[in-house]
Write a protein that binds this ligand. Structure first.
Ligand code: GLU
Length: 276
C-alpha cells in the first residue's frame, strides 16, 4: 500500500531545521513509495498562532523543494469535527470536568511525574456529578479531561506499530488524564491530531520521538472513536551544538534567516541532516 504521510506544524513561529527534518522525512517517505504527502496547519491555539507564520510555512516548504497533495487542512476551520468527537466521548461517559489550575497540579504533593512533567493526580475525577455541574454553572473555569482508566477498561488492550520499535502495547496512563478541551480552546492537540489523521486518511504518522508518549494516548482515542490506527515512525530530535533540542525559544535559526543569509535549499537539507 502506498503510504499517506503528513507534516503538521503549528504556526506559532518560523520553521527551523528540526521542522525541516520532520517535513523532509514525511515527504520523502511518501514520494519514494509513490504515496501522498499532506500538509496540515495545527492552529487551534488562537492566541499563539498567526497568519504570517502560516504563510511562511508554505513559502519555506516550497523553497526547500517540497510539494504537497490536495488542499492544506487548517484545524481552525474544523472545530465542528472536534466538537462532535467530544460529544461522542461525553456520551460514552469517559470525560469529566476538572477545575484545577495548572498551578494546583504542579503544587500537588502527590503529582507523579510523567514524560511531559507532572501528571494530573486526578483530584476532580471522582467529583460527584451534581457538584461538578454546580461548579460549571457558577462559571468557574474548567477543562475536560479523559478518564484514561475508564476508557481503557472499555477498550481492552491496544497496540500500535512503530517502525523501529515493532508492535507496542499502548500505555496511555503515562500521560495521565489528559485535557481534551479548555474554555479558550474547545479541543486539544491530542483530540484534533487523532481525528485529522483519520479524516485525512494518513497511513503513516511520522514525527519526532518526543511525541512517542502522545502516540499511546492517540491509540486510545482512536479505539474510543472507532477510527483506524495508522502506522508510526518516530525520528530522533535534532540537537544544537550544546546537545539541546532545537527550539524556537532556544534561538534555533529559522529557515528564512538561513535563506536570507544566502544558504541554499540543498545546503539547508544537509544542515538538517537530510541530504537525500
Ligand atoms: N503540531 C505538532 C507540532 O508542531 C505536530 C505534532 C504531530 O506531528 O503530531 O509539534
Amino acid at each position: 500500500m502506498q503510504p499517506v504521510t503528513r507534516f503538521a506544524p503549528s504556526p506559532t513561529g518560523y520553521l527551523h531545521l528540526g521542522h525541516a527534518y520532520s517535513a523532509l522525512d514525511a515527504w520523502s517517505r511518501a514520494r519514494s513509495a509513490g504515496g501522498r504527502f499532506l500538509l496540515r496547519i495545527e492552529d487551534i491555539d488562537r492566541t499563539r498562532c498567526r497568519p504570517e507564520y502560516e504563510a511562511a510555512v508554505l513559502e519555506d516548504l516550497s523553497w526547500l523543494g517540497l510539494d504537497w497533495d490536495g488542499k492544506v487542512r487548517r484545524q481552525s476551520d474544523h472545530f465542528d469535527d472536534y466538537r462532535e468527537a467530544l460529544a461522542h466521548l461525553q456520551a460514552m461517559d469517559v470525560i469529566y470536568p476538572c477545575f484545577c489550575s495548572r498551578k494546583d497540579i504542579a503544587a500537588a504533593q502527590s503529582a507523579p511525574h510523567g514524560p511531559d512533567g507532572p501528571v494530573y493526580p486526578g483530584a476532580c475525577r471522582d467529583l460527584p456529578k451534581e457538584i461538578a455541574a454546580k461548579k460549571q454553572a457558577s462559571g468557574i473555569p474548567f477543562a475536560l479531561r479523559l478518564d484514561v482508566a475508564k476508557a481503557r477498561a472499555l477498550c481492552g488492550p491496544l497496540y500500535f506499530d512503530e517502525e523501529s520499535l515493532g508492535t507496542i502495547a499502548a500505555v496511555p496512563e503515562q500521560l495521565g488524564d489528559i485535557v481534551l478541551a479548555r474554555r479558550e480552546t474547545p479541543c486539544s492537540y491530542h483530540l484534533c491530531v487523532t481525528i485529522d489523521d483519520a479524516l485525512q486518511g494518513v497511513t503513516l504518522v511520522t514525527r519526532a520521538e518526543d511525541l512517542l508518549p502522545a502516540t499511546h494516548i492517540h491509540r486510545l482515542l482512536q479505539a474510543l472513536l472507532g477510527l483506524p490506527a495508522p502506522n508510526y515512525a518516530h525520528h530522533k530530535l535534532l540537537k544544537d551544538a550544546h546537545g539541546q533540542r532545537l527550539a524556537k525559544r532556544a534561538g534555533a535559526p529559522s529557515l528564512r534567516s538561513l535563506r536570507q543569509s544566502g544558504v541554499s535549499p540543498a545546503e539547508t537539507r544537509i544542515m538538517a541532516g537530510f541530504p537525500g
